[in-house]
Design a protein around this ligand. Structure first.
Ligand code: BDR
Ligand code: CA
Length: 311
């Protein structure tokens, strides 16, 4: 299955990539988008991760700004790096390490990749949909090559960045609107279903005793990730991006229904709210994840982390 990942490179994005790899899926390319952090930091995170975890696929820089909205990051929750840690952090890549960043931007790279394919493509989008929207505007002739666009974003219930909106949807609502109007085969794995998959502090214990080169780094990053919840008085942390990855790696683990969605635009009180109309399935414009085998997705995520920590 030709597979591409578009990401804003937080820790749950990283876990999602591990999950795909652990399932034996080959990633053809990675495109980066501003989201959790500004694009410069997202790029540093991706290049550092490539060095630490031996990634060999091309990495392409993408959009620095949403289509219309002012840039918004998750720094208030994730810190300036977009990847909170309880100790060791991803290294800061030096100039030599940064040389692995492709000179081709995300939009051009996506179009070359899709143009060359002989079978339908899967794109996993783990951040704001800016790159995908810009791509669909620039290359409407190639969107038919995409058989599924699985996106972690939006919510069929409450939000997390605001009471109404999930973070990835809030950052670039106009991109979501463009993707919906372009008729891309959107399969949305929203906040409400991702929140049923959880991790607890004890989940880091096995990583701590793993013997691989990056075990300590992964244990610290996982602990930092879970502290996002525990430092705010919650006992469990939701597993966002890996749930969307599981919808590709193990399709039986995530169930979808056709639905109709609209998104509230920038500049309105409910900016980024993904409003789902369940009553109009005969005029659906997307597929909405409504069921998740949360035990299975949790276990796939932890197994993938453990495998990386043992390498
Ligand atoms: C989403 O926002 C980001 O902070 C996470 O990486 C995930 O993609 C959850 O709302
Ligand atoms: Ca993300």
């Amino acid at each position: 299955m030709p597979l591409w990942v578009d990401t804003d490179m937080g820790f749950d994005d990283l876990m999602a990539i591990f999950l795909l790899q652990q399932a034996g899926l080959k990633i053809d390319g990675l495109s980066l988008v501003a989201g959790n952090a500004p694009i410069e930091q997202v790029t540093r995170n991706a290049i550092a991760a490539a060095g630490c975890f031996g990634w060999s696929w091309p990495i392409h820089r993408g959009a620095a700004h949403p289509i219309r909205a002012e840039p918004e990051t998750a720094a208030a929750i994730l810190g300036e790096t977009g990847m909170q840690s309880a100790g060791r952090q991803l290294p800061i890549p030096d100039n030599a390490a940064m040389m692995i960043l492709s000179q081709t931007n995300a939009i051009d790279a996506l179009s070359v990749w899709l143009d060359d394919l002989e079978s339908p493509a899967t794109i996993l989008a783990l951040g704001p949909l800016t790159n995908i929207a810009e791509f669909s505007k620039a290359h409407p002739d190639l969107t038919g090559e995409i058989s599924q666009l699985v996106w972690m974003g939006g919510s069929a219930g409450a939000g997390n960045h605001t009471p109404h909106a999930e973070f990835n949807a809030y950052v670039d609502p106009e991109a979501v609107d463009i993707v919906l109007n372009a008729g891309l085969p959107l399969r949305m794995v929203g906040l409400d279903v991702c929140r049923t998959v959880t991790m607890v502090p004890e989940d880091g214990a096995e990583l701590r005793v793993a013997t691989g080169k990056q075990a300590d780094l992964l244990a610290n990053l996982l602990e930092g990730y879970i502290q996002i919840a525990t430092s705010r008085g919650r006992e469990t942390m939701a597993v966002y991006d890996p749930t969307a990855a599981a919808a590709i790696a193990d399709p039986d683990a995530v169930g979808f229904i056709p639905a109709h969605m609209r998104i509230h635009p920038t500049g309105t009180e409910k900016r980024g709210m993904t409003e789902i109309d369940f009553s109009s399935q005969n005029r659906s414009n997307m597929m909405l994840a409504t069921q998740v085998d949360n035990i299975r997705v949790r276990s796939l995520t932890l197994q993938a982390l453990q495998a990386e920590a043992e390498r």
